[in-house]
Design a protein around this ligand. Sequence first.
Ligand code: ATP
Ligand code: MG
Length: 331
Amino acid sequence: MRVVSGIQPTGDLHLGNLLGAILRWVRMQDEAECLFFLADLHALTVDIEPALLRANVREMAAALIASGIDPDKSIVFAHSAVPAHAELCWILNCTARMGWLNRMTQWKDKAGKNREGSSVGLFDYPVLQAADVLIYQATHVPVGEDQKQHIELARDIALKFNNDFDIELFIPPEPFIGGGTAARVMSLRDGTAKMSKSDPSEQSRIHLTDSDDVIAQKIRKAKTDPDPLPDDPTLLEGRPEAKNLVGILAAMTGETPETVLQRFAGQGFGAFKPVLADATIALVGPLRDRLIELRRDETALDAILAAGAEKAAALAAPTLAEAYRAVGLRG
Ligand code: ATP
Ligand code: MG
């Protein structure tokens, strides 16, 4: 079993990333060979200050390690340090079809009304993501619900490449969506929008770097409705904010939404929110404090990333060589 997953080094890690991705990665480290990368090439698809990007790669590496990713167990590296990703992406660009990419909802969301003015990179992002996964022959790709469509695209690309060149090279990857309510954590300001690093509102998400006071304040101000909580989660349909907050607490305590609601049925958010705030602080606080320690030692972080890149490059090389051979290049 080989696990590959990535995170963009843009903005701060938030509760959605943590519950939907990183804490699941942490749990997988003992069961599988794991590669976790900072998707800095993906970060180029949005406007970003070069100096900030460089700093963010280190910061996100520190955030992963603070959250429990152990560089002695897992391979941690930056995308751009392993050129095989970009090389395979080019080959796969010639396999992927425009029509497939046109259907990607993330592209539609992120480009919005400005498709003509969007970068080709933003459009092509899912092909690079396919290369990220296929280059390592990953068997499992743990992602949040929002990435399911991209992993299915990677599957289609893998199958078409294998078929076109009559070779069993790529393993069609499986999206490995976390069970339960963590797979899609929603914004604290709008229960119908995903909690996202690129949401302009800081109030929409809880960051790994937030102080206890800021966490408590964001939860106090989180959008809710005036009704009391029901005893049955199906009664939360049509109440997206309430459903989200119950789901977040359930994901953090390891309970089901049913059990959470049993404790709060008939009560309003005045009773619920302080409990949610305490649970969030108990989860995020220690990780944040470790992050503050880790980010002090840039040399150590750079060494971890360099060692990770070397190991990843060695794993990527044979697949890239075979892909070149299959298409008729390089011997
Ligand atoms: P951006 O808005 O810039 O795309 P993001 O918040 O979606 O940022 P990514 O770096 O794209 O963060 O995603 C990292 C991982 O976190 C992915 O596995 C993704 O599926 C997961 N993830 C992101 N947002 C959520 C969320 N709201 N709930 C659960 N998982 C999420
Ligand atoms: Mg995203």
